[in-house]
Design a protein around this ligand. Structure first.
Ligand SMILES: C=C1C[C@]23C[C@@]1(O)CC[C@H]2[C@@]12CC[C@H](O)[C@@](C)(C(=O)O1)[C@H]2[C@@H]3C(=O)O
Ligand SMILES: O=C(O)CCC(=O)C(=O)O
Ligand SMILES: [Fe+2]
Length: 353
C-alpha cells in the first residue's frame, strides 16, 4: 500500500509544467553587508546588473526566522480541510497549486497576507492553527522587521543614486503602503516523477514581482532561479540566514529602466520541502509611479507612461505570471532600442550620475 505523506497537496500534477534541470549555479551573487557603511555603490551596481542581491548582517534575529518557519510548517502540515478554511486567496488567504486568478499553477501551497497588522489580525479569524495567537504575533513581528530591512536597503539605494535618503523608502514606509507578505510551501515531489522524466516540476513559474522591492528568506532547500541578462537561468544557492532581495517592476519604472526587475522562478526539489517567506514592499494605491526627474539624464526620454500603483495592480491581476506586465505602460520611441540605449547611457554620463 502506498501511504501519501501529509505534505502532498491534494490535486494531481497533470497541469503543472516541468523544466529541464538548470546546471548553472549563480556564483557571483552580490553580497551586501548592512554593517558596512560603503554598501551604496555596490547596491546600485547589483540593481543595474542583476536586479538581485543577498543581504547579510541585517539585524533580524535567526530565532525569529526559525519561529515563523515552524509556525508556517505547523499550518501547512494540517489536514487539507483545515487549511482550506483560510482560502481561497482572493487575493489574500490560503491557496494550493493555483497561483493568481488567471489559470497559473505550480507545485506550491501558500498563505498570502496584506502586510498590515489589522489585516493580519482579521485574516486570523479564519486561520486554523494549533497556536494561532503565537503564529499571528510572530508573523506581525517578522513583517515589521521586513519593513525595516526594505526601508534600510531603499535608503542606501537612494543615497547611491544621489537622491535624498528617504526618496524611495518613504514609498514603502508610508502608513498607506500596499505591501504584502507570502508564505510558500513547496512539498517534495515524487522522486520517481523526476527520475522518469529527467525534468524538474515547476513550483512557482517565471515572473517578475510588480512591487518596488521583495525581501525573501527560505529554508536551506534550493529551488530559486533567476534569469541573467543573456536569458539563461541560474540557480541561487540557499542561505537560510540571509535575505535575497529583488528589484520589482515599480522600481524599474522609477529608475527609467536603469534597474532591472529580475525574472525568477522556483523549481521543486524532489526530496526536501522548501519553505519561503517573502515581503513585497509596495507603495500606496494612490502613489503615482513614473521615472524620477532627478534620475533622468539630459535629453533622456521616459520609457514609461505614468500610472498609479492602483492602476498597475488592477492590470497585474488581469495578467498571467509570465506576462510582461509593464508592456502596456511602455512608451514606444521611434529610434531603435540599441540606439536609444546608447543615447541614454551618454545622457546619464552628461547628467553626472
Ligand atoms: C498570476 C498572478 C499571481 C500574482 C498576480 C498575478 O495575476 C500576476 C502577478 C503575481 C504576483 C507575483 C509576485 C507576488 O507573489 C504576488 C503576490 C504579486 O503581487 O504578484 C503574485 C500575485 C498573486 O499570487 O496573487
Ligand atoms: O518561494 C520562493 O522562493 C519565491 C516565490 C516568489 O517568487 C513569489 O512568491 O513571488
Ligand atoms: Fe516572485
Amino acid at each position: 500500500m502506498v501511504v501519501l505523506s501529509q505534505q502532498q497537496p491534494p490535486l494531481d500534477n497533470t497541469f503543472i509544467r516541468t523544466c529541464k534541470p538548470v546546471a548553472n549555479t549563480l556564483t557571483g551573487i552580490p553580497v551586501i553587508d548592512m554593517a558596512s557603511p560603503s554598501s551604496h555603490a555596490r547596491l546600485v551596481e547589483a540593481c543595474e546588473e542583476l536586479g538581485f542581491f543577498k543581504v547579510v548582517n541585517h539585524g533580524v534575529s535567526i530565532d525569529l526566522m526559525a519561529r515563523l518557519e515552524a509556525c508556517a510548517l505547523q499550518f501547512f502540515n494540517m489536514p487539507q480541510a483545515d487549511k482550506n478554511r483560510a482560502g481561497p486567496p482572493s487575493p489574500f488567504g490560503y491557496g494550493s497549486k493555483r497561483i493568481g486568478p488567471n489559470g497559473d499553477v505550480g507545485w506550491v501551497e501558500y498563505l498570502l497576507f496584506a502586510a498590515k497588522s489589522a489585516s493580519i489580525a482579521h485574516k486570523f479569524n479564519s486561520i486554523a492553527h494549533e497556536d494561532p495567537d503565537t503564529f499571528r504575533r510572530v508573523l506581525e513581528e517578522y513583517v515589521g522587521e521586513m519593513r525595516r530591512v526594505s526601508c534600510e536597503v531603499l535608503e542606501r539605494i537612494a543615497l547611491g543614486l544621489g537622491l535624498a535618503r528617504d526618496a524611495l523608502s518613504k514609498l514603502v514606509e508610508s502608513e498607506e503602503s500596499d505591501s504584502c507578505f507570502r508564505l510558500n510551501h513547496y512539498p517534495p515531489c515524487q522522486e520517481m516523477f523526476q527520475a522518469l522524466s529527467g525534468r524538474n516540476l515547476v513550483g512557482f513559474g517565471e515572473h517578475t514581482d510588480p512591487q518596488i522591492i521583495s525581501v525573501l528568506r527560505s529554508n536551506n532547500t534550493s529551488g530559486l532561479q533567476i534569469a541573467l541578462k543573456d536569458g539563461t537561468w541560474a540557480l541561487v544557492p540557499p542561505d537560510q540566514h540571509s535575505f535575497f532581495i529583488n528589484v520589482g517592476d515599480s522600481l524599474q519604472v522609477l529608475t527609467n529602466g536603469r534597474f532591472r526587475s529580475v525574472k525568477h522562478r522556483v523549481m521543486t526539489d524532489s526530496r526536501r520541502s522548501r519553505v519561503s517567506m517573502i515581503y513585497f514592499g509596495g507603495p500606496a494605491l494612490t502613489q503615482k509611479i513614473s521615472p524620477m526627474d532627478s534620475l533622468m539624464g539630459e535629453g533622456e526620454e521616459s520609457l514609461y507612461k505614468e500610472f498609479t500603483w492602483c492602476e498597475y495592480k488592477n492590470s497585474v491581476y488581469k495578467s498571467r505570471l509570465a506576462d510582461n506586465r509593464l508592456q502596456p505602460f511602455e512608451i514606444a520611441h521611434t529610434k531603435s532600442a540599441a540606439a536609444s540605449e546608447t543615447d541614454q547611457a551618454v545622457a546619464r554620463g552628461a547628467g553626472g550620475q
